[in-house]
Design a protein around this ligand. Sequence first.
Ligand code: X6L
Ligand code: MG
Ligand code: MG
Length: 167
Amino acid sequence: MSGQIYDVWLSLGSNLGNRYENLMGGVAFLLANGLAFRNCSGIYETEPVGYTDQPPFYNMAVHCSTSLEPLELLEVCRQAEREYKRERNLRWGPRTLDVDILLIGDLTINLPDLTVPHPRMGERAFVLGPLGEMGISLLAKWGLPWIHEGIVLKIPAADVKMNIAGE
Ligand code: X6L
Ligand code: MG
Ligand code: MG
């Protein structure tokens, strides 16, 4: 019996190096490792939150489908970060690539390494702004406000040159 296919929504961020190339490379890595592209938001330049003394981020949301199970998906997201030489020195500090799982279908997951829906997504404009582009119904379903403080659309989705073949 084959496993099910999940719709997943991810949040990507970068604030070190070539932020655009890091995001595009991150998505290409995901698509080469078990995820299929469905849709993406534009890329927003966003003020850093949590730890504010760091460069502005590029953030975007990506919608994919996958037959990976949730913990396999988490491992692929971590591999993508490793591929981009992310170093975890400072909590909430600058990073070349961050890949966070927001939603996996309508699953609720509470494991030590993985909480879905992402527990703080509803508080973060840099997550909600991009996610809102993927369909207002998605936000309404989760009862989330669509706030745009501290975020500016830099590259509209139509101009995001994504290699959806994952090559
Ligand atoms: C009080 C305490 C208020 C902590 C907020 C918020 C901490 C977000 C961490 C917080 C708090 C985070 C990004 C970022 C980070 C990003 C932008 C985090 C983890 N990641 N800022 N800050 N984009 N704009 O992707 O999300 S650190
Ligand atoms: Mg994050
Ligand atoms: Mg993360």
